[in-house]
Design a protein around this ligand. Structure first.
Ligand SMILES: Cc1cc2nc3c(=O)[nH]c(=O)nc-3n(C[C@H](O)[C@H](O)[C@H](O)COP(=O)(O)OP(=O)(O)OC[C@H]3O[C@@H](n4cnc5c(N)ncnc54)[C@H](O)[C@@H]3O)c2cc1C
Length: 465
């Protein structure tokens, strides 16, 4: 599809909507705004517009719709699938200045925020008031708009679910500039098609989120983590379903391997306590009373050591240990990235029972292709993050091995009932694999939905389908 190239008149009109000081022309656009955190795809927009009001977003979209100018929305750019990259040029809408916390409602236990508020700012704000917004994606500098647009997951999904489960309402600007409200402060909603849930996870292809109402709960009073070493990966992974089905509900169940921990230790420049074994589960619990948590810890410790082959159980219960172990876990991606020249990521999600065989398959593939493939995972919800590392391969060899490898990884995942992405989305770089997963009928349904929202394909074109 061809789009209009912006003229001086277009830029002047857009400047009148937001103020010329909020427009960045192509020659002044920083390279960081041309890619996301993975960096596998990059493109310059013609202009960047910083918005700080919904009515500006609406006016820009009305104009872009009328003039047939492509628009791509960007939060913090921490995505990993090229979703915020303006591959058709046009306007890049920077949402990070639309970033007020509007209202904490203690009666309905909701928080209204603008989309540019960062995840870490939400946590700090609500926890100070005794409340808790539970989704916990690893990258705390992501915007809530980006989290909603990708239906971000994170470590606490085992107990609390993902971003979608915590969104009560949205204000959305449609590609033609109209503004809609969907959902609200309500707890239940059986009122027609679930437009809110369609927007969540749509990666900025259906509408622009300009406000969100988040669900809050009371902040858990206590939390504790356990680092549980196992002799090998098989034992650790096989323990996961048993831990989950025991009479206790962990907040997080993460799988760590010695090789990935070494990357983190090197990257952070510090040793992690008790990190002398091949494989670990990092399990955490939270709750309102110490006795409840003690009971959960006792059940799982006893089970892991006496029935599931764990070597020991280390309680991670001081601030210092907690920060050391969880910062090592949080640094995996950065650490793996720092260990090589380029990475590409497979974010598959599988039924928990297949994690073990899938990782064995991954190791065999690494041998077969002769490339390094480190991984870690949210073992509790079956979501694995598997990284192909380019190291010193030439561009041509890397691309060939990566493409063959990815093809095989996804094919294998599908045979286990797995899906292309558990939390990072499809964006630009995983489109082919989505089509292989869902088939033509569902791709056509998705294309039909896109057409209803965005009949002239101006909003984040070229993504998802
Ligand atoms: C170290 C690291 C750890 C990570 N850990 C996790 C994790 O645990 N779980 C997880 O799910 N992800 C994780 N991510 C991925 C990333 O942080 C998430 O995808 C995040 O939701 C992206 O938010 P962002 O503000 O950076 O959005 P961007 O990357 O800027 O954009 C992502 C998508 O959202 C769209 N978008 C952004 N704002 C809006 C809006 N207001 N309206 C409509 N569309 C919008 C964009 O168009 C794009 O399609 C991690 C990334 C890194 C680098």
């Amino acid at each position: 599809m061809t789009y209009k190239i912006l003229t001086k008149e277009d830029i002047a009109t857009l400047g009148r909507i937001v103020g010329t000081e909020h427009i960045i022309l192509k020659k002044d656009i920083a390279i960081d705004l041309t890619h996301d955190e993975l960096g596998a795809v990059s493109a310059y927009p013609e202009i960047v517009i910083e918005v700080n009001q919904t009515k500006q977003v609406s006016a820009i979209m009305k104009y872009a719709f009328q003039e047939h100018i492509p628009v791509t929305v960007r939060g913090s750019g921490t995505g990993l699938v090229g979703a915020c990259v303006p591959i058709e040029g046009g306007i890049l809408l920077d949402m990070t200045k639309l970033n007020n916390i509007i209202e904490l409602d203690p009666i309905n236990m909701t928080l209204r925020v603008e989309p540019g508020v960062l995840l870490m700012e939400i946590a700090e704000y609500v926890e100070k008031e005794g409340y808790f917004y539970a989704p916990d994606p690893g990258e705390k500098s992501a915007t809530i708009g980006g989290n909603i647009a990708t239906n971000a997951g994170g470590m606490r999904a085992v107990k609390y679910g993902v971003t979608r489960d915590w969104i009560r309402g949205l204000e959305v600007v449609l590609p033609n500039g109209e503004t809609i409200q969907t959902g609200g402060k309500i707890v239940k909603n059986s009122s027609g098609y679930a437009i809110k849930d369609l927007i969540i996870g749509s990666e900025g292809t259906l509408g622009i989120i300009t406000e969100a109402t988040l669900k809050l709960i009371q902040k858990p009073k206590k939390s504790v983590s356990m680092l549980i070493p196992f002799l090998n990966r098989e034992d650790a992974i096989e323990a996961v379903p048993q831990v989950i089905s025991a009479h206790s509900l962990p907040t997080a169940v993460e799988f760590l391997e010695a090789s990935s921990l070494r990357f983190s230790e090197e990257f952070l420049g510090k040793r992690i306590p008790h990190a002398n074994y091949d494989a670990y589960l990092l399990i955490s619990f939270d709750g309102t009373t110490q006795s409840q948590i003690d009971s959960d810890v006792d059940i799982i410790s006893d089970m892991c050591v006496n029935q599931l082959g764990a070597i020991d159980v280390y309680l991670v219960d001081t601030e210092e240990r907690m920060s050391s172990v969880w910062s090592a876990r949080g640094a995996f991606l950065e650490a793996i990235k720092a260990s090589t020249t380029e990475i590409d990521e497979c974010d598959v999600v599988l039924p928990r029972e297949y994690i073990g065989p899938y990782l064995a398959f991954t190791d065999a593939l690494s041998q077969e292709l002769g490339i390094r493939i480190p991984y870690f995972g949210h073992a509790g919800d079956g979501n694995l993050h598997i990284y192909f590392c380019k190291d010193d391969l030439s561009d041509g060899v890397w691309q060939k091995k990566r493409d063959i490898g990815f093809e095989k990884m996804y094919e294998k995942a599908f045979t286990y009932g797995g899906l292309v992405s558990g939390e990072h989305g499809i964006g630009y770089v995983k489109k082919t694999y989505l089509e292989k997963q869902v088939g033509q009928t569902q791709i056509k349904l998705m294309q039909g939905i896109k057409k209803v929202f965005d009949p002239t394909n101006i909003l984040n074109p070229g993504k998802i389908t």
